[in-house]
Design a protein around this ligand. Structure first.
Ligand SMILES: *Cc1c(COP(=O)(O)O)cnc(C)c1O
Length: 379
């Protein structure tokens, strides 16, 4: 059994994907071929925003957004303490200061009350200017945008939606990657919409930012390709990846439906045995991960070992909070205030108790039943 069976997905879409890849090979527009622009149009339409700018990966997508906004030294960027490293790495790379914010125990996403508290503390301390909040749509579930937007508005923060795991999710029908002032996603193979290598995209309704993003993506180009008007990056999406993504985007709604059925089956079979993911009313997840919570670290590690012995892969996303990362120990970051004890601080507790189970659109019901039976017998 595989944790995320990408081979099965390829077999399902093989004829169209092979055709798309061969077309790119024979047409020979390997960089910025017509498929890139077509895909950008299709992605913008899918998400419901005006502009999509594809790029080399989801980390660059975040960096491009921070560059377009001119974020740098002296700026505070609020980041959930429980996420993949990129969400905070890009902030430090631009010379700004990540300020870590606790998350919600039910949804794993940034907690709006903790965000407001962190902003107030930053303002009181006085050395940094609050500028941006990075909202991560963790495990496929959109962050609590109704609550976060209120706080962001009150304190004049821009919202950068890190939708690397969230593409395909929605709130009351509004799609993920449309919630930020700028939103980003990743097409890393294991993400909800993955390509066959690295890829990413940035989304915005703002014309001025879109023009800046396009410039930063290609060496800070001006109107003439060889007139470089700012220091930029080389962060294009390959034509080959764009062609693969076009095929996969057409199958994507069906896949989101399938992962939601897989999640429903898990939740039904595990109810009453273990804490299963909570999807707030009106929210829809694209299920980048299906993540349960065990009562203790020992229970979590014991279960993972028992699953492994039965040939069932599982993963700990993530074993360390951002503020515990080695790279941030001597870096310019704001740690959670020490008065937030171990028991009250959700992010630390989650690192010790979460476990993600096999999840992909082509997971068979018989496999889900076998996973749940083994799980229930070992908790
Ligand atoms: C995967 C991921 C990224 C980075 O995407 P890459 O394409 O691997 O650079 C950023 N943020 C989150 C939350 C992710 O899961």
């Amino acid at each position: 059994m595989q944790f995320r069976d990408l081979g099965k997905q390829y077999q399902t879409l093989k004829a169209d994907i092979d055709q798309a890849m061969l077309s790119v090979a024979s047409e020979a527009h390997y960089i910025m071929g017509p498929q890139v622009k077509e895909l950008e149009r299709e992605l913008a339409e899918y998400v419901g925003v005006k502009h999509c700018i594809t790029c080399a990966n989801g980390t660059d997508a975040l960096t491009l957004a921070l560059k377009a906004w001119g974020i740098g030294p002296g700026d505070a960027v609020f980041v959930p303490d429980f996420t993949f490293f990129s969400s905070a790495e890009v902030v430090a790379l631009e010379g700004a200061t990540p300020v870590f914010v606790d998350v919600d125990a039910d949804t794993f996403n940034i907690n709006a009350a903790s965000l407001e508290k962190a902003i107030k503390e930053t303002l009181a301390e006085g050395s940094l200017t609050p500028k941006v909040v990075v909202t991560v749509d963790l495990y496929g579930l959109p962050a609590n945008y109704p609550a976060v937007k209120e706080v962001a508005k009150q304190y004049g923060l821009l919202i950068l939606e890190d939708g690397a795991q969230g593409f395909g999710g929605s709130i009351n029908g509004q799609k993920a990657c449309s919630f930020g002032d700028i939103s980003t996603t990743s097409f890393f193979p294991a993400k909800p919409l993955g390509c066959y290598g690295d890829g990413g995209a940035v989304f915005t309704d703002n014309d001025e930012w879109a023009a800046l993003l396009e410039s930063y993506r290609v060496h800070g180009k001006g109107t003439d390709k060889y007139d470089n008007v700012r220091i930029g990056m080389n962060s294009r999406l390959d034509t080959l990846q764009a062609a693969i993504l076009q095929v996969k985007l057409h199958a994507f709604d069906d896949e989101v439906e399938r992962v939601n059925q897989v999640a429903d089956t898990y939740t039904r079979l595990l109810a009453g045995h273990v804490k299963t993911p909570v999807i707030p009313k009106g929210f829809r997840s694209s299920w980048a991960q299906y993540t349960i919570q065990l009562p203790t670290e020992a229970a979590r590690n014991g279960l993972q070992a028992a699953l492994k012995a039965a040939g069932i892969p599982s993963m700990v996303y993530y074993p360390k909070t951002m503020h515990e990362q080695t790279a941030f120990q001597n870096a310019d970051v704001k740690r959670p205030a020490s008065r937030q004890g171990y028991d009250q601080y959700v992010a630390t507790r989650l690192c010790r108790t979460v476990l993600s189970l096999p999840m992909h659109p082509y997971l068979e019901t018989s496999d889900i039943e076998a996973i749940c039976a083994t799980l229930i017998a070992n908790i």
